[in-house]
Design a binder for this molecule. Sequence first.
Ligand SMILES: Nc1ncnc2c1ncn2[C@@H]1O[C@H](COP(=O)(O)OP(=O)(O)O)[C@@H](O)[C@H]1O
Ligand SMILES: [Mg+2]
Length: 246
Amino acid sequence: MILSVENVHKTFEGTEVLKGVSLCVDKGDVVSLIGPSGAGKTTLLRCINFLESADSGTMEFAGRKYDMHNTHTKEKAEVRKRTGFVFQNFNLFRNKSALENVMEGLVVVRKKDRKEAEDIAFATLSKVGISTSLASHYPSELSGGQQQRVAIARAIASNPEIVYFDEPTSALDPELAAEVISIMKMLADEGMTMLVVTHSMELARSVSKQVVFLDHGVVIERGNADEFFSNPKEARVRDFLSLERV
Ligand SMILES: Nc1ncnc2c1ncn2[C@@H]1O[C@H](COP(=O)(O)OP(=O)(O)O)[C@@H](O)[C@H]1O
Ligand SMILES: [Mg+2]
């Protein structure tokens, strides 16, 4: 097990959006976190990577325990150094090329020299299908699918132990989403550990081994992906899946 979070609570302006959520991710596993809008999926992911502070909860990551409410800046940095995060809207630096976007963390956080960072960045971009000639392009000169693939390259360039994805395909039309899904499938097949928030049942089905269904800040059902999709136990989940298929 690489990640385990237990009993995470979070309240925004008097509304409890996470009501004691627990989940764990084994090394090499891909876990999809699905559920309706407003369920708390993004909030959970952000709390796990300390982009948001949980009100309470504990986390075990790579063998170390963390209090998710009282986390020192040093601890946050230590965890983030070993994780990657991919956002719905890519969050690339607009004024940096694809290559520079991938190099940034390697140089600034990892303290690699520029030459080594550049070599790693080129190799990682090539892995996600961004050619050397595209690497000098700025985000505005790339399609959404290409931008998201650059963002994935940025997230995986430092060999993180887990990569978090928040709706990585929902800003993309189906053709470009398919590009991103195929890259994620390749990473999953290579044994990359991932926790993926998604509305795309196609993505959830094609990449994940485990599925966690969240609704109103509570885990309603969880299980093996094949079983979950073929034979969901909870009526709430069956309703959700039947609507998503339309
Ligand atoms: N920064 C915030 N301030 C206030 N309310 C928030 C904030 N972030 C999320 N929420 C609320 O928390 C609930 C869960 O949101 P979110 O985690 O984004 O759900 P999901 O990703 O499942 O759609 C929603 O009702 C949302 O409006
Ligand atoms: Mg969300």
